[in-house]
Write a protein that binds this ligand. Structure first.
Ligand code: SAH
Ligand code: SF4
Ligand code: F3S
Length: 489
């Protein structure tokens, strides 16, 4: 089985059917007429990125993407195992597909992603209407798996790890937007005690710096990409095995003409190097926003989580980053209710929120994952206590955010418009600033399509979660003049 990124010579050929005039793809003696694939993705950006890659491969087998489940020939789920909630949603949706299969016997159903990696075999056994399951390291072989299914291979599950020592891929995008995710490292070696990811995504492996730079250069030149997000579960570990680093990579990417904005996610605080901190002060295209998950403000909880740093170390990092780039905007992830978290330990997290002054946070109730160390720890907390702590923490943080964002009023910020919004019946457009803040604005010309335009907006009001802006200038799809001030927020 070919591993991630290793599927080069696919062997498909195609011809036009004389009678129907349709394109038919031939592979290994099977003919693939035009078919439709419907796909549901759960989880993180990595999974969304994988889904895009899967859809791009499937195009070679004559599949086009459909939003209508009823019209699909192939239904795929890309699953997430991080918390119970994602799991539950997936299982109920998978159950419903039974009815689609009753209506259309030829329907093929596959499940990929993090749940499939660890539980694929059991899933295929349990759900009669599920044809195949595939893990996270075989997504570049999706066409082989779909072929197997159409060739009449009964139910099967593939969750092999790609054992090759290098990680080499080319980014595949199917959308027409100027934003792209670029996977630079896969897997995670951290084994935080609560987290399932190392079991679902395998060992860390990085792409070579030269390959990523060439990849991005091509995306910018041929696909009109202007904003990239470098992706990995722990991008700060990037390049270790090749004597390369994230700081080196960003410095190289910063030189690419036509590229406007570089983001990266997700970072582990332990691995933020001084070299990387310095790059936050020097790389012109690097976003002012940095997502740096802290998880807890309690030293003892961080120890039980096996996070390898203390609250002091984390706050010191924040200070160093703010020194390197005084305009940096920090956000974080918090888990409340880790096994046996005491009230004092919880309050230590609130204290850290006060000190760190995050621009926004993602916060979650701890969810025990089978096979992780934390799942075996003694735990006397109830769901009620966990829920209560989460609500308290969220409203506590909203007050911090409100204060932090109020001074945005009156500033002029540049936004890349990524969609429309409807607020109280008023049609608006919205986008994100360099610092990842959402701004809504009313168009001057109601019929104008602002999608993927760069616009300068004067912020007229700022709440804890979003801003309203007044359109000052529409640059169109390319920025001609770079006004530094517009990126500071
Ligand atoms: N690689 C990233 C995040 C991966 S998962 C990192 O190390 O920061 C995204 C977030 O989900 C984590 O930051 C954590 O806050 C949360 N999370 C992970 N496992 C969880 C669990 N078992 N219960 C609740 N939240 C969890
Ligand atoms: Fe999970 Fe920790 Fe790895 Fe993040 S660094 S993916 S939280 S094990
Ligand atoms: Fe979920 Fe897997 Fe991402 S468990 S968060 S989809 S790496």
């Amino acid at each position: 089985m070919a591993g991630l990124g290793k599927r080069q010579n696919t062997g498909e050929t195609s011809f036009i059917d004389n009678v129907t005039g349709q394109k038919i793809v031939k592979l290994g003696g099977l003919e693939f007429p035009p078919r439709k694939v419907w796909m549901k993705t759960f989880g993180c950006q990595m999974n969304y990125h994988d889904s895009e890659r899967i859809l791009s491969h499937l195009k070679d087998l004559n599949f086009s993407h459909t939003e209508e489940k009823e019209s699909a020939d192939l239904i795929l789920f890309n699953t997430c195992a991080i918390r119970d909630l994602a799991n539950t949603k997936f299982y109920s949706q998978l159950g419903e597909i039974k009815h689609n299969k009753k209506k259309n016997e030829k329907l093929v159903v596959g499940v990929g992603g993090c749940v499939a990696q660890t539980e694929g075999k059991a899933l295929v056994k349990k759900y009669k209407h599920l044809d195949f399951a595939f893990g996270t390291d075989v997504i570049d072989s999706i066409n082989d798996l779909v072929f197997r299914s159409y060739a009449g291979d009964g139910k099967f599950s593939v969750n092999a790890w790609d054992r090759s020592t290098d990680f080499s891929i080319e980014t595949k995008i199917t959308h027409g937007s100027p934003q792209a995710f670029v996977n630079i490292i896969k897997g995670c070696n951290k084994y935080c005690s609560y987290c399932i990811v190392p079991y679902t995504r395998g060992k860390e492996r990085s792409r070579k710096c030269k390959e990523v730079v060439e990849d991005v250069r091509k995306l910018v030149k041929y696909q009109g990409i202007q904003e990239i997000t470098l992706l990995g579960q722990n991008v700060n570990s990037y390049g270790k095995e090749n004597n390369e680093s994230l700081a080196m990579l960003i410095t190289e990417l910063d030189k690419i003409e036509g590229l406007e904005l570089i983001r990266y996610t997700t970072s582990h605080p332990y691995d933020v190097s001084d070299e990387l901190i310095a790059v936050h002060g020097t790389a012109k295209k690097l976003s002012n926003h940095l997502h740096l998950p802290v998880q807890s403000g309690s030293k003892a909880v961080l120890e039980r989580m096996l996070r390898e740093y203390t609250p002091e170390h984390f706050l010191n990092l924040c200070n160093k980053l703010r020194k390197a780039n005084p305009n940096i905007i920090l956000s974080t992830d918090i888990i409340v209710g880790f096994p046996n978290e005491t009230q004092e330990e919880f309050e230590a997290t609130l204290k850290l929120l006060d000190e760190a002054q995050f621009d926004f946070i993602y916060s979650y109730v701890y969810s025990a994952r089978k096979g992780t160390k934390a799942a075996k720890m003694p735990d006397s907390l109830t769901d009620d206590i966990r829920g209560e702590r989460l609500r308290y923490l969220q409203s506590y943080q909203l007050k911090i955010q409100e204060k932090l964002r109020a001074p945005l009023k009156g500033k002029t910020l540049r936004v890349l418009v990524d969609g429309q919004s409807n607020q109280k019946g008023i049609k608006k457009w919205k986008g994100r600033t360099n610092g990842n803040r959402i701004v809504h604005f009313e168009p001057v010309d109601a019929d104008k399509n602002y999608l993927w335009h760069w616009v300068d907006l004067e912020i007229t009001s700022a709440t804890a979660l979003s801003c309203q802006g007044k359109l000052l200038k529409d640059h169109g799809k390319k920025i001609e003049s770079h006004d530094f001030q517009c990126s500071l927020g």
